[in-house]
Design a protein around this ligand. Structure first.
Ligand code: NDP
Length: 606
């Protein structure tokens, strides 16, 4: 953890007070209900602009070994590890027109991964690919997703522009019946759910969006037909346009400098400023990252995961602002806290956090020439209250004559969209184009959302079976009553800044379970007692994040200011410890979730 300049106690008290006031200014009584989904009359905002045309095919009525829901990195990695285990018929079902998941949908100008590409891109050792930039542009990442899919022959059975609409366990055949919105009705012995967590675009639920007469879209469905240009810029279609962008999160911070460059005028509607740290992107060579050596990517990724999981290391291979500031990531609090006295830890933590935030606020002042604009851009909350962002282009964009920052904190966001523009504090800003960089619904896709009903044994629905006591799983992967269903994602599993690493481990684990079940001729299903033991293990040492989130400005990290959901959510001791736990469990205890097939039993001679 870097400690730039520890603030004095009276400064800390003043900061605490300031943070409290900023939070109170922002919390809305309607919480997450302030947003609306991009569906029904707003379905236009979620339509796929990249794969147009009929894309006709006949409905499928066959049987596969594994159906994987989602063709982002989670699904692709599941497919790759299943191939390694010798599984033949793997059908990835993907809503987009190709593989890539978030990198398929998000193609906005300026898009880059803000985790180092040499640790973020999975399967670099396996594919022999060495990224060209420290922080890769989105298109390079999307192409890498396709590279892995090709390398593991995942196109053969994949279906695109297709959403799974229901999963139903069939006791007689002991397989899953999979239905889709393209009329498919096929069977799968196993289902892997890899639908991601931040996938469905959300819009502010304010009056008048439907009245806007200009052009409008969400950043995750960029309309290049209207703007012209590419993710590298050159949006000639905006040269005579007054553009408004709503949202200054990780997406807004990347897209705003590009819009500033190309629009006749840009209005940035900000509600809460992000922390925007140094980016220092640069081209890298094979030598820079030691890619001449076998296993380089695995070693680098493991080193990174140790640092951003709060584990000790004697060297930092990536050495960027994520690793330097890892000690301030709220997710790591339990890992750090268990290493020492809690009170002393929290005092040190607050001082280090304040020093970091002072440094970031000073960065605004040093870059933005107009004092009033600079004041609006300064973030007043603890470092990890919101997703940290990184850019060397963002603050300079506000020094341009064609960029206006409109702060909307006092009105809790933009108040109204009219036929001609956006209204804030009684002023209407006339616009030709309105772009929503307003993010995604959290956890509303896939089997945890209710939009994809999963009926297990006895027709019981997954979400109903969790309704009373909350989600129940073993390690986040499997649930009693839902045989051969493997869930990927952070729920009761691990989480990390470098989520593709976690997904890779999850995919390897899911594939190992399936291989073991195949070898034993068994079903995968934990007993309720095994689930209880896992829930108890999660609760033991679960982080009391509440004090942290209670002081944070609202956002999707704390359910818009309402705190974390009750109950154990993720493994509290970090991804490294979790991966070690899983490896031990595979060695010693995997058999505890293998259940004899009823179908096999009935055909066995008595
Ligand atoms: P976010 O949810 O982080 O940001 C949404 C933005 O919209 C916020 O600034 C929010 O303000 C603002 N907003 C919402 N409603 C209103 C309103 N009514 N009026 C004004 N402003 C409003 O979405 P992003 O797309 O930026 O990022 C989502 C996630 O995607 C990130 O957290 C990150 O995990 C991932 N991401 C990763 C990237 C990478 O490089 N790896 C790049 C981009 C995104 P407020 O903060 O006040 O709610």
């Amino acid at each position: 953890m870097t400690t730039p300049q520890a603030p004095a106690p009276h400064e800390l008290a003043a900061l605490r007070q300031r943070y409290r006031l900023e939070r109170e200014r922002r919390v809305r009584p309607d919480g997450a209900a302030q947003y609306r989904d991009a569906d029904a009359e707003f379905g236009y905002y979620a339509a796929d602009p990249y794969t147009v045309g009929p894309n006709r095919r006949d409905p499928l009525h066959d049987a596969v070994d594994v159906a994987v829901i989602g063709g982002g990195f989670g699904g692709i990695l599941a497919g790759a590890h299943l191939r390694r285990q010798g599984v033949e018929r793997v059908r990835i079902v993907e809503k987009g027109g190709d593989f890539g998941g978030t990198w398929y949908w998000n193609r906005y100008p300026g898009i880059h991964c803000d985790v180092e590409s040499h640790v973020y891109l999975p399967m670099l050792d396996e594919t022999g690919y060495v990224p060209e930039w420290k922080y890769a542009p989105g298109d390079e990442i999307r192409r890498h997703a396709v590279r892995i899919a090709r390398a593991f022959d995942l196109y053969t059975d994949a279906v695109f522009s297709t959403g799974v609409t229901s999963l139903t366990w069939d006791e007689a055949s002991e397989t899953w019946a999979v239905a889709t919105d393209r009329g498919d009705a096929f069977r799968a012995t196993y289902v892997v759910n890899a639908t991601g967590t931040l996938t469905d675009p959300k819009l502010p639920g304010i009056p008048g969006i439907e009245d806007f007469a200009g052009h409008t879209f969400h950043t995750s469905r960029w309309d290049y037909a209207y703007t012209g240009g590419t993710p590298e810029g050159g949006m000639t279609g905006l040269a005579d346009k007054r553009v408004g962008v709503v949202g200054t999160g990780a997406t807004g911070v990347q897209v705003i400098p590009m819009l500033a460059e190309d629009a006749a005028h840009l209005h940035v509607f900000q509600r809460t400023p992000s922390t925007v740290d140094v980016r220092a992107n640069r081209r890298t060579t094979v030598e820079d990252v030691g890619a001449e050596q076998e296993g380089w990517a695995r070693r680098r990724r493991e080193n990174y995961l140790r640092i951003v999981s709060g584990e000790s290391t004697d060297h930092d291979l990536v050495a960027d602002r994520w690793t330097e500031s890892a000690g301030l990531l709220e997710k790591l609090l339990p890992s750090f806290r268990r290493q020492g006295d809690r009170q002393a830890f929290e005092a040190d933590y607050e001082a280090a956090d304040a020093a970091k935030m002072n440094e970031l606020r000073a960065r605004v002042e040093q870059t933005v020439t107009d004092a009033e604009t600079a004041a609006k851009l300064k973030p007043w909350y603890r470092y990890a209250c919101k997703r940290p962002t990184f850019s060397d282009l963002y603050y300079p964009a506000f020094n341009r004559d064609n960029v206006t920052l409109v702060d909307t904190a006092d009105t809790h966001g933009i108040e109204r969209v009219t036929e001609h523009g956006v209204t804030v504090g009684g002023t209407t800003y006339e616009l030709d184009c309105l772009i929503f960089a307003t993010g995604f619904n959290v956890g509303t896709s896939g089997i945890h959302s209710g939009k994809l009903p999963v009926h297990g044994r006895g027709g019981v629905q997954l979400l109903h079976s969790w309704a009373r006591r909350g989600p129940r799983t073993l390690h986040g992967f499997t649930s009693s009553g839902f045989p051969n269903l493997l869930q990927m994602g952070p729920l009761q599993n691990a989480s990390s800044v470098n989520f593709t690493h976690v997904l890779d481990e999850q995919a390897a684990h899911a594939a190992a379970l399936i291989a073991a079940a195949e070898a034993a001729g068994a079903l995968i299903e934990p007993s309720p007692e095994i689930e209880d033991a896992w829930i108890a293990a999660l609760a033991d040492g679960a982080p009391d994040h509440e004090w942290f989130h209670a002081e944070c400005t609202p956002g999707y990290y704390n359910r818009e200011g309402r705190g974390r959901p009750a109950g154990p959510f993720a493994y509290p001791h970090g991804a490294v410890a979790f991966h070690e736990l899983l490896a031990r469990w595979r060695e010693e205890s995997l058999a505890e979730v293998l259940r004899t097939k009823t179908r096999t039993r009935t055909v066995l001679p008595t």
